[in-house]
Structure formats: C-alpha cells, structure tokens
Design a protein around this ligand. Structure first.
Ligand code: UD1
Length: 437
C-alpha cells in the first residue's frame, strides 16, 4: 500500500525512468460522493467501507454534518471507513464554503428534498473545464413536484410532497440522474427516467439504495436507452446498511496511461476491468500490452521502455461505456510522446484542454481549436515547472513528468488531492522518483 501521503504544495518528479511495481487502486471518488449523499435518506447508521481519503470526501462529510448527520471516520486497510447516521436532519441550508468547494454538492438537493422537503444550496458557476449548467437537475426536480427559486446565487427548493413522474433527459447527465434518483426514492408513486446516465457511478448508487430498502429497477432497456424505474418507498422503510465501495476506474486509467508514457511493466490490484474496455482498446492500439488475471483481479500493463508507442488517429470522449472525458487529459499526455498524430474531440465538456498549454511548455506539439485538440507526438518532453489547473489535468501533468527528461515540478496540487488519495505514494510503488515538496 502507498504510504507517503502528506500535505505538500507541489509534486517533484525526476522523469525518464520506466515504471515497475504494483499498486492497489483506491475506491472511486465519483461513486462515494453520491452514496454519502444518499445516506441522508437513511435514519440509521450506515458504514461505507474503504472510501477514498480525499478532500472531496472530507467536504462532503462536513456538508452532511452541517445538515445534522453524524459522521464518523476510521482508517481502513485502503482508505477510510465512513459511518453516517442521519437520525435527525435539522438543517437544509448548506454553507457556501463547502458547497462552492465541490460542485457535486448539488446532488445534496435531491437527498435533502427527499428527506426534509427543502434545500438551500449555492448555484455552481462556470468551471475551469467549461460551463456546467444544472438545468437538467432543476427541471427534473420540478417534475417531481419541487418548487424552485433562484435567490441571488442561492437555490431554494421546496416540496410539500414529491410525486413520481416521467423525466426524459435530453442528455444523459450523471449528476442530474443521481439527483433525481435521490429525490425520487421516497417520492409518492413511480418515477421513470428516460435517457438516464449509465455510468457505473449511477448503477452503484442504485445498488446501495436498493440494499437500504429502496425499489429501483434497471430493466434491459436501461442499457440500451437509459430507462430507469424508481418505485417510491416510505422513508420509514429505508434501513441502515454497510457497503463496500467500488474501485476507481479513472485512477486505474491514469496509471495505465502513465505506463504508456514512461514505459515499463506494472500490476494494478483491485481493478474494475469491466468498466475499462474503451481504455484497454486504445492502449493495445497504441502498442501497449494488457492482461487481466480474473482470479486475482489484477491487471498487468506494459509498454516498451525504448522505442515510442504509436498514436491512434482519432478519439472522441463519450458517455459510458465510451471513452471517458475524465481520462482525456491523461491520454493527451501519453500521446504527446507517441509517434504520429492524434486528434481528440472532447464531446462532454466545452473547455477541457487547459493542460495543453502546460504540456507545450514541456515541449509537446499540441494545437487546440474549440473542442478539438491535435497532438503531434514529439521524440521527448523536457521537465519544467508546471501548474495543475484542475483535477484530471493535474494528474496528466504527473504522467508527462514521468516521461520527460529532467525534473518536473507541479504546483497547485490541491486540485489533484481532490480525487487522488496519494498519487505520489502510488507512483512510488510503481518505481517512480517522485515526492511531495
Ligand atoms: C460527472 C463526474 C465528472 C465527469 C462527468 C462526465 C462526478 C462528481 N463528476 O460530472 O467527473 O467528468 O460526470 O462523465 O461524478 N449538463 C447540462 N445540464 C445539466 C447537467 C449537465 O447541460 O443540468 C451538461 C454538462 O455541462 C456537461 C454534460 O452535460 O457538458 C455532462 O455533465 P454531467 O454528466 O452532468 O457531469 P457531472 O455529473 O457534472
């Protein structure tokens, strides 16, 4: 297990060394946060096991406490166990400080409406990866019977009683799907969501809620057209439950692309392989090699130590099970030193190429135009002082630093700590020369 987590402000990497070693993958940030929010609907004490020890989870814990829930955190062999007791939810006004720190706090609206019929949260503004409106969240909650007022920068949602409805999303938004599920679980009657998001972070939320007594069905048509059915269950029938958190597919993909960039041969334990076929396909097309041991749940990834990989020609980010936008920057970093040209079309977010500028400072040849980036692989990158502007882009800079010659220093790593429990410790387990500074 990685063991060098600390609170440094930057990460220093001595690059140009292939990776060798093994590491256990942390649990999923994007699965943990909505399940923590779901605990607001359950009066007893639920324990979420092996959650990631990251700042976003700490913010969500604070928000649940502000609402009146009890939150106990204890160390686990990997990450932390979080016990949440929502016996008495007394406050539906969430403090701006924590809401603004974490955009996904918006899903607490659905949980609070379902639990106490009212919620006040801040309006999440634009974001460094592009505009992130919440119109689908709000219109879905209104369909369930909530009244919504925008008061300055605050959103006030209120419902005497939530009632099941048919909600047809124009786009399968992950957060909006989760928000509606959380509100509909205790609504009166049946809610049908059409074009719901099919990401694992949605299905695992349903699995948790069903384990707690909810009645959510994912019919065959869920997998083809995102049809999801929630039969409302009275709050009194929801019971506390323990739940093992799922591994993080994005952290796994990050270390897969790190091996592509640096070369070498690594093993990853606790891997959600069934969620990663789109990544597997790209890596093998680039010339990397992957094997999965079904019994040990271990993934072996290797790439030539000398000689460059070849770029695939085109990739477009897509909703699950397509190639995830959350791995687009990591692919860009690996592609920056592969042979040939890769065109990336970013189809989910409007402005997710902030990392290109930092990679160019390291010698990469990348042009961006709107939601398209063209990466012309160069023979080598050079270590530089670079800045993490956001979570996944920051992790991608670590990948570039591993491949570059000389020293790379990444500043503003608080972004990276939002989602990676200990990226430095993990990469050290994989043989990297890397430290917090
Ligand atoms: C979640 C993930 C994020 C991931 C993203 C896409 C969490 C905490 N975050 O974010 O890491 O990159 O899914 O897989 O789980 N949209 C609207 N109106 C809305 C909601 C969304 O127009 O009301 C648009 C967004 O601007 C974006 C697209 O839909 O262009 C996808 O967003 P969405 O799936 O909602 O992403 P998040 O839930 O915010």
């Amino acid at each position: 297990m990685a063991q060098c987590k600390n609170d440094g402000n930057s990460i220093k990497i001595e690059g140009g060394r292939p990776l060798h070693g093994s590491v256990r993958i942390q649990s999923s940030k994007n699965a943990t946060l909505p399940i923590m929010a779901a605990c607001l609907l359950i009066p007893g004490k639920s324990t979420l096991k092996a959650c990631p020890d990251i700042t976003d989870v700490a913010y969500m814990s604070r928000l649940l406490e502000c609402a009146g829930a009890g939150v106990e955190i204890s160390p686990a062999p990997t990450g932390i166990d979080i016990s949440i007791t929502a016996g008495n939810i007394t406050n539906c006004r969430l403090p701006s400080r924590y809401v603004k720190a974490m955009r996904s706090s918006v899903i607490l609206m659905g949980a609070l409406l379902g639990r106490v019929g009212e919620a006040y949260v801040d309006y999440p503004g634009g974001c460094v990866i592009g505009e992130r409106p919440i119109d689908l969240h709000l219109s879905g909650l209104e369909k369930l019977g909530a009244q919504i007022w925008i008061e300055g920068n605050r959103i006030h949602a209120y419902a005497d009683e939530l009632k099941g409805a048919c909600i047809n999303f124009p786009f399968p938004s992950v957060g909006a799907t989760q928000n509606i599920i959380l509100a509909a679980v205790t609504a009166k009657g049946t809610t049908v969501i059409k074009n719901a998001a099919r990401e694992p972070e949605v299905t695992v939320l349903c699995e948790f809620l069903n384990k707690a007594g909810a009645d959510i069905t994912l019919p065959e048509s869920f997998w083809t057209e995102g049809r999801l059915i929630i039969n409302g269950t009275p709050l009194s029938r929801l019971c506390a439950t323990d739940f093992d958190m799922i591994p993080d597919r994005i952290v796994t993909g990050t270390y897969m692309f790190a091996t592509m960039a640096a070369g070498g041969s690594i093993k990853l334990e606790n891997v959600p392989i069934e969620q990663l076929y789109s990544v597997w396909a790209i890596i093998t097309k680039m010339g990397g090699s992957i094997t999965y041991d079904d019994e040990k749940k271990t993934l072996a990834v290797s790439a030539p130590e000398k000689g460059r990989l070849k770029n695939i020609e085109f990739i477009e980010t897509d909703v699950y099970p397509g190639f995830p936008t959350d791995l687009q920057s990591q692919l860009m970093a690996a592609a920056a030193i592969a042979r040939g040209e890769l065109t990336i079309k970013e189809s989910i977010f409007s402005s997710r190429f902030k990392i290109a500028e930092e990679l160019r400072r390291m010698g990469a040849d990348i042009r961006t135009d709107g939601n398209t980036a063209i990466i012309n692989g160069v023979a080598a990158l050079t270590g530089r002082n670079v800045i993490a502007h956001e979570l996944r882009g920051g992790a991608a800079l670590a990948i570039a630093g591993l491949a570059a010659s000389g020293i790379t220093t990444i500043s503003d790593i608080s972004y990276i700590n939002r989602g990676y429990q200990d990226i430095v410790g993990d990469l050290r387990c994989l043989g990297a020369k890397i430290s917090y500074e």
